[in-house]
Design a protein around this ligand. Sequence first.
Ligand SMILES: *Cc1c(COP(=O)(O)O)cnc(C)c1O
Length: 415
Amino acid sequence: MVYETVRDADPTVADALAGERRRQENTLAMIASENHVSEAVMAAQGSELTNNYAEGYPGERYYGGCEFADDVEIAAIERAKELWGAEHVNVQPHSGSQANMGVYLAVLDPGDKILSLDLTHGGHLSHGHPANFAGQTYEVEQYEVDPETGYVDYEGLREHAEAFDPDIIVSGYSAYPREVEWERIQEAADAVDAYHLADIAHITGLVAAGVHESPVGVADFVTGSTHKTIRAGRGGIIMCDEEYADDVDSAVFPGAQGGPAMHNVAGKAVGFKEALTPEFEAYARQTVANARALADQLHEHGFEIVSGGTDTHLVLVDLRPSHPDTTGGTAEDALERAGVVLNANTVPGETRSPFDPSGIRAGTPGLTTRGFDEAACREVADLIARVVDAPEDDATIEGVATRVDELTDEFPLYE
Ligand SMILES: *Cc1c(COP(=O)(O)O)cnc(C)c1O
């Protein structure tokens, strides 16, 4: 691999890169936002395009020397249009958060009002948390999921919108396991004449593959991260109708960013091409089937699954009913020692702190990329249950770690 080139220049970083590669090979990456890109995507991201300055857009750059950058960006845009069916696409946002910033800058003024899902109910910092620029720039109120069902409270959202009169409603979430009903959110937005931003960061790949309903053509703006379920180069994307194209493009550059990270745009283009294949559609279907198997088997072990299951790539577990004395943080740490990497997560009706919440969130995009099927995911659920039932027991942790080693050997990451 290319990393060997680093060794002569910088042994410290070379050791860390080698360590990270081993870590990814030898553990189960179940952070729901993570995935394993192809070697082609990685190579594109490590290419000479990192040196290029391409401020502006294809055909309208501020500097010379952009003919190949243009080829790459046009390819990324054309493939994105084919994947998601949007009229206009901007592939320059450095991240999903930057994509959201681009939309806010395009249509909001400071002090305008955002209505978004509460972070502890599955929302995202970039939807207006006080610690984020959006929370500091705009007036934000939040809707919630129904505490009984775990589904978005669409009725409550509609009433909240009528009372608050927001300028934009944000949908699309970080820790929400169910299919989002874009039309119902659009109805609430229409009722109060607000824009609707659907942030599909987590489910870009599921939407592209037709495994989750698409908000394109429903919401005014659709944003996403390009490195989660879609498994392309790292960064963000904005999609909208032609009428908003100029506002969005100038909000991204020069509004929010300088030169685009063209090496990452190349990674997006390569990953989008891979996602246009029937193999990718099968991958997306398997990812959801695997998450369902994981949820089902965790439920068999007595875990409370938020919303009772999943329609997506992720499972949210509320540990309080089954393991009242085990926090999400304790579970996360014990699982990591056993080689299962997932994250502690807040759950609806959270009673602990966001720093050590009551739930864990587990995703199947990474496991599915390395070939896990439903049976393997059921076994992973068995392993998770063993650890969470005895998080302090070294023998249990060691036993699970041994089995994780076998599974990661059976499903190698990079040949
Ligand atoms: C991951 C995520 C983002 C932000 O993505 P970054 O690329 O990390 O900035 C935005 N919105 C949602 C809903 C996400 O899950």
